[in-house]
Design a protein around this ligand. Structure first.
Ligand SMILES: CCCCCCCCCCCCCCCC(=O)SCCNC(=O)CCNC(=O)[C@H](O)C(C)(C)COP(=O)(O)OP(=O)(O)OC[C@H]1O[C@@H](n2cnc3c(N)ncnc32)[C@H](O)[C@@H]1OP(=O)(O)O
Length: 250
């Protein structure tokens, strides 16, 4: 049954689509088309998992302020309803499989105890608090990230591995949004200044280019007011078939 359901995963290509999923009848898995168009993966069942990117009591006033700023950009102007905002807030689940409609059911069948690295601690605010906003027209995104006390590296500062995790997550989210199922093939990071623990930073990512199965993303991490540069990175994601994750490359 599981194999049958996995076979029904297909890719959906369409400019300016909201991240909703649609039942398709294809039985063969397809690899994504490699244009900068937006691509989303789909399953056939439907259900709504918990969105971890909603504001919570651990958020500092600064985190809330920046979130409110980008959230407002997502709203459609009531005086010009025909013009939809290019910005959208992405939901955030505790397993990537849950992005697919029906994924909440599959997540109970496939390694039910597994959790996304960045969403695996119950205590709010202790590790990674973040929200990703995508700009569909610019093929870019901004992540508002507040680091928690359990992410310490150098005293009082965020661990470089935690920063790398967030860069991988946000560049990977943009690449996945644009190109469908992908895996990180290469990540280059320059740490420019130490990031204070507990601070709110912005992770800005933009599509550099897509070449065949390769999606290249560039990334900058700055302070919330964008005056200070913390980190710069480039990332390469390679499109995969779902079979790549389940032992078959067909
Ligand atoms: C609304 C929905 C939004 C979506 C919302 C999703 C949200 C969800 C949140 C979580 C987001 C987390 C994102 C984290 C994602 C990981 O962290 S993934 C974990 C870390 N990565 C891995 O474990 C990958 C391990 N490596 C592999 O599996 C394989 O090496 C790869 C990367 C799939 C490539 O293997 P392959 O498919 O056999 O491809 P291959 O033919 O070797 O290479 C294809 C092309 O890529 C090039 N290439 C491959 N590797 C490299 C490399 N290292 N350097 C340079 N070039 C390379 C090749 O030269 C080739 O180039 P061309 O010939 O086309 O020019």
């Amino acid at each position: 049954m599981l194999r049958h359901m996995m076979r029904r995963l297909v890719l959906f290509q369409g400019q300016h689509q909201q991240p909703t999923f649609r039942a398709l009848r294809g039985t063969k898995m397809k690899t994504p088309r490699h244009s900068p168009g937006l691509a989303l993966s789909i399953w056939t069942l439907s259900s709504k998992p918990r969105d971890f990117s909603q504001p919570n009591s651990s958020w500092s006033p600064e985190m809330r302020k920046v979130y409110d700023h980008y959230n407002a950009l997502c709203a459609t102007d009531p005086e010009n309803e025909s013009e939809k905002s290019p910005w959208m807030k992405l939901p955030s689940y505790n397993r990537s499989i849950k992005y697919a409609t029906g994924g909440i059911h599959l997540s109970k069948l496939i390694q039910a105890e597994a959790r996304l690295f960045t969403r695996n601690v119950k205590e709010q605010g202790a590790t990674f608090e973040y929200v990703v906003f995508i700009n569909k027209e610019e093929k870019s995104c901004v992540c508002v990230f507040q680091s928690g006390r359990l992410l310490e590296g150098a005293p009082g500062h965020v661990h470089g591995g935690a920063i790398a995790t967030m860069i991988d997550t946000v560049t990977g989210t943009l690449a996945g949004f644009l190109s469908g199922p992908i895996m990180t093939a290469n990540l280059n990071i320059d740490y420019r200044s130490p990031m204070p623990l507990g601070s709110v930073v912005l992770i800005h990512c933009v599509l550099d280019r897509i070449e065949r199965r390769k999606t290249y993303i560039t990334c900058k991490v700055t302070s919330a007011d964008e005056s200070k540069l913390y980190t710069e990175a480039t990332a390469l994601f390679v499109s995969i078939s779902v079979g790549h994750l389940f032992g078959s490359r067909s």
